[in-house]
Design a protein around this ligand. Structure first.
Ligand SMILES: Cc1cc2nc3c(=O)[nH]c(=O)nc-3n(C[C@H](O)[C@H](O)[C@H](O)COP(=O)(O)O)c2cc1C
Length: 204
């Protein structure tokens, strides 16, 4: 099959996100100017460099006038955020934090996870997370949107500190089976990775 109009795929549901899968999940914590913590998952997310380490994620949806993402507003006001990484054990908490609640709601409490101080940023991280990346906001790029009511953005952050739960480190490497990272597929589907295989690059 082939389609080029996103509304005319003729399938039961739009397949786009199911094709670009699995996607890692950035479980982003931020704070507003009053210090109210915020926590929300974003699966339009990835690492984009390692020298320095930088990440990108995409807070999309209604424009701020129609209540845009609290995460984006907070990051632009404070210039800091934390990307917590989630795993199988935290799947329900991660999902609970995606509830579209008002900016006054502390989503750490809503999700039942513990806010613990970060080292270089004034934003709490999720204590239970297998890893957390402390980030400084570098830039936001506003992208095209098909509706005047919604916006698409990417946020790029530089990682300035990394916390790793010692339980997922074995022989000096991240042990995927212990980490059990959670990933987003299409529809309402997820996966949790518990095995990997090794493949060396061609030796030219
Ligand atoms: C697994 C998962 C992934 C999500 N990925 C995104 C995403 O990439 N971009 C986005 O704008 N919203 C995404 N959402 C929805 C946001 O988490 C949701 O709109 C949240 O309420 C935003 O919170 P905020 O307003 O506190 O920033 C995702 C939700 C879930 C459950």
């Amino acid at each position: 099959m082939f389609y080029d109009d996103p509304k005319k795929h003729n399938l039961k549901h739009n397949p786009f996100k199911a094709l670009i899968a699995p996607r890692p999940i950035a479980w982003v914590s931020s704070v507003d100017l009053d210090g109210v913590p915020n926590l929300a998952p974003f699966s339009f997310f990835n690492a984009i460099s390692d020298n320095p380490p930088m990440i990108v994620f995409a807070p999309n949806g209604l424009r701020p006038t129609g209540h845009g993402k609290d995460t984006l507003r907070n990051i632009q006001q404070t210039n800091e955020f934390v990307v917590n990484l989630s795993n199988w054990a935290l799947r329900e908490a991660m999902n609970a934090s995606s509830a579209e609640v008002g900016p006054e709601v502390d989503e750490f409490a809503l999700a039942g996870v513990t806010a613990t101080p970060s080292t270089h940023v004034n934003v709490p991280r999720v204590k239970e997370a297998p890893a957390s990346l402390e980030c400084r906001f570098l830039t936001r790029i506003s992208l095209p949107s098909t509706s005047p009511k919604t916006e698409n953005n990417i946020v790029i952050g530089e990682v300035v500190g990394i916390h790793i739960d010692d339980a997922i480190i074995r022989d000096g490497m991240i042990d995927t089976a212990a980490y059990h990272p959670l990933a987003r597929h299409g529809y309402m589907d997820y996966s949790a990775v518990d095995s990997v295989f090794e493949m060396l690059r061609p030796d030219v």
